[in-house]
Design a protein around this ligand. Structure first.
Ligand SMILES: NC(=O)c1ccc[n+]([C@@H]2O[C@H](COP(=O)([O-])OP(=O)(O)OC[C@H]3O[C@@H](n4cnc5c(N)ncnc54)[C@H](O)[C@@H]3O)[C@@H](O)[C@H]2O)c1
Length: 401
C-alpha cells in the first residue's frame, strides 16, 4: 500500500499584504498548519521575501526572486499565488503545467481571458485550482445561501451591498503603508479589491449568472490626498443585472474616515418575492470601547485565541482547500469530486466577468466636472464572446441566451 501523504510541500509566490493580514496565520498558527510544510518563497521584493523567509525559517537557497527558478529547482506539491490580481494567471498556469496544485486569493484573475486560461490549464493538467473567496465560508453567507436555495424567500428581485474600507487602506501616505506596492490603490479599484467579495457572495447565494453591468465612480477624496495623491476612485456603485432581470447595487470604496468603527464597514439586504435577508456583516456582536476608539471586532473572520492559534473563516476558507488538495493527492477524491472543484461557479468565474465589465464600464464612461464618472452599460455576454470567442464562451453563457 502506498504511504499516505501527511503534509503538502508548499511554495509561496508573493508575500505582500494578504500574507501579512491573513495567510501567515494559516501557514503557522492554525489548525491547518500541520498539513503544510512551507518549503520556499518567491517574491522579487527583497523586503517582503526576506520578511517571510525569516518568519518561515527558510534558508537562503529557498528564497527566490523569480518563482520560475523555484518551480525548476524544488520538488513541491502545491503553490499559493499571492501576487496582484493581474499577475495571478502566469504563475498559476506555470505551476499547474509543472504538475502542482494551486490556490490563489480572490479574485481568480482581473480579466476573463486569464480566468479562462487558468481553468483550462487546471483541467488539462488534471490538477486542483482553488480561489480563496473567504466570504463563502462566513457562516452568515453560508446560512443565507442554504436558506435562499431552500426556496424560503421565493424569487430574488433586488439587493444592495456595501463594503467601505477606511482610507488608511488606500492612502499611500499612511504609515505603515497597507499594501506592499506603493501604487496598489492607483493600479486597483474598489471594484477589484472589494466589489468582487460581494459580487461573489451574492452570485453564490442566488446561484445566478450576471448578464449586464454598469458602474459609476466618484473621485473626490483620493486625488486630493497629500503629499501623494491617488488617481483612483473613492467609491464605486456597480449595478449588476442577472439573467432573470434581478438587480444588485454593490457600493464599495476605500475613502471612509479612519475613525470608522471597523477597517471595513459592510452590510447587505437581499430582497425577494417572499421575504428579505438583512446581513449585518460588520456588527458581529463584539464592540470594544477603548481609548483607541469604538471598534466592531469581527472574530468570525480572524479569531486570535488565547493559546496564540488563529481561527475564523479567513483561515478555514483557504485551509479547507489545502485539506482538499491533500485528500486529492492521497487519492481520496472521485473524478466527479475533482470536476466539481473546477466549474465556473466554483472558481468564481462570473465574479471576474463582473469585475472586467465594471472596469470597462468606467473606462468607457464620461467624467463630469463634479468628480463623478458615469459608466456605460456593458453586456456581459458580448464581453465574453469578444474576449473568448464564440466557441470558448459557450460554457459560460446562460442557457437562455
Ligand atoms: N490585502 C488583503 O487583505 C487581501 C485580502 C484578500 C485578497 N487579497 C488579494 O491578494 C492578492 C495580493 O494582494 P496584496 O494585497 O497582498 O498585494 P501586495 O501588493 O501587498 O503584495 C503583492 C506581492 O506580490 C509580489 N509579486 C509581484 N509580482 C510577483 C511575481 N512575479 N512573483 C512573485 N511575487 C510577485 C510583490 O512583490 C508583493 O510583495 C491580490 O489578488 C489581492 O486581491 C488581498
Amino acid at each position: 500500500m502506498t504511504k499516505m501523504k501527511q503534509k503538502l510541500r508548499l511554495g509561496i509566490i508573493g508575500a505582500g499584504s494578504v500574507v501579512r493580514e491573513i495567510y501567515q496565520y494559516l501557514y503557522f498558527r492554525s489548525a491547518y498548519s500541520p498539513l503544510l510544510e512551507i518549503a520556499a518563497v518567491a517574491d522579487p521584493n527583497d523586503e517582503y521575501r526576506n520578511w517571510f523567509g525569516d518568519l518561515a525559517h527558510l534558508p537562503a537557497d529557498r528564497r527566490f526572486s523569480d518563482y520560475r527558478e523555484m518551480l525548476r529547482r524544488l520538488e513541491l506539491d502545491a503553490v499559493q499565488v499571492n501576487t496582484p490580481d493581474h499577475l495571478h494567471c502566469t504563475p498559476a498556469v506555470d505551476a499547474l503545467q509543472a504538475g502542482l496544485d494551486v490556490v490563489v486569493p480572490k479574485p481568480a484573475a482581473a480579466r476573463v481571458k486569464d480566468a479562462h486560461a487558468m481553468i483550462q490549464a487546471a483541467r488539462a493538467a488534471n490538477r486542483f485550482l482553488g480561489v480563496d473567496f473567504h466570504k463563502r465560508e462566513d457562516p452568515r453567507i453560508k446560512e443565507a445561501e442554504a436558506r435562499y436555495q431552500s426556496g424560503r424567500y421565493g424569487i430574488f428581485q433586488a439587493a444592495v451591498f456595501y463594503m467601505l474600507d477606511k482610507q488608511m487602506v488606500a492612502d499611500p501616505n499612511h504609515e505603515p503603508r497597507f499594501f506592499a506596492s506603493p501604487d496598489f490603490a492607483a493600479r486597483n479599484t474598489p471594484v477589484s479589491f472589494l466589489t468582487v467579495h460581494m459580487a461573489d457572495a451574492l452570485i453564490k447565494i442566488v446561484n445566478l449568472v450576471p448578464v449586464q453591468v454598469r458602474a459609476r465612480g466618484f473621485a473626490h477624496k483620493l486625488p486630493a490626498l497629500k503629499p501623494i495623491g491617488v488617481q483612483g476612485y473613492d467609491l464605486v456603485d456597480t449595478e449588476v443585472e442577472f439573467s432573470t432581470g434581478a438587480v444588485a447595487h454593490i457600493l464599495t470604496g476605500w475613502a471612509l474616515p479612519n475613525s470608522a468603527w471597523s477597517t471595513t464597514v459592510q452590510s447587505s439586504r437581499i430582497i425577494c418575492s417572499e421575504g428579505l435577508l438583512d446581513l449585518g456583516l460588520d456588527t458581529p456582536g463584539l464592540r470594544e470601547i477603548h481609548a483607541d476608539g469604538v471598534t466592531e471586532v469581527n472574530p468570525l473572520f480572524r479569531n486570535f485565541e488565547k493559546d496564540k492559534s488563529v481561527t475564523g473563516y479567513g483561515i478555514s476558507s483557504p485551509g479547507r482547500m489545502y485539506q482538499r488538495i491533500l485528500d486529492r493527492q492521497n487519492g481520496k477524491l472521485t473524478a466527479a469530486d475533482q470536476a466539481s472543484d473546477l466549474t465556473p461557479m466554483a472558481l468564481g468565474f462570473y465574479t471576474t466577468v463582473v469585475l472586467e465589465g465594471a472596469e470597462r464600464s468606467l473606462s468607457n464612461g464620461e467624467t463630469n466636472g463634479c468628480g463623478a464618472t458615469l459608466g456605460t452599460s456593458v453586456d456581459l455576454r458580448e464581453l465574453l464572446v469578444g474576449e473568448l470567442g464564440p466557441a470558448a464562451s459557450q460554457e459560460y453563457l446562460p442557457q437562455n441566451s
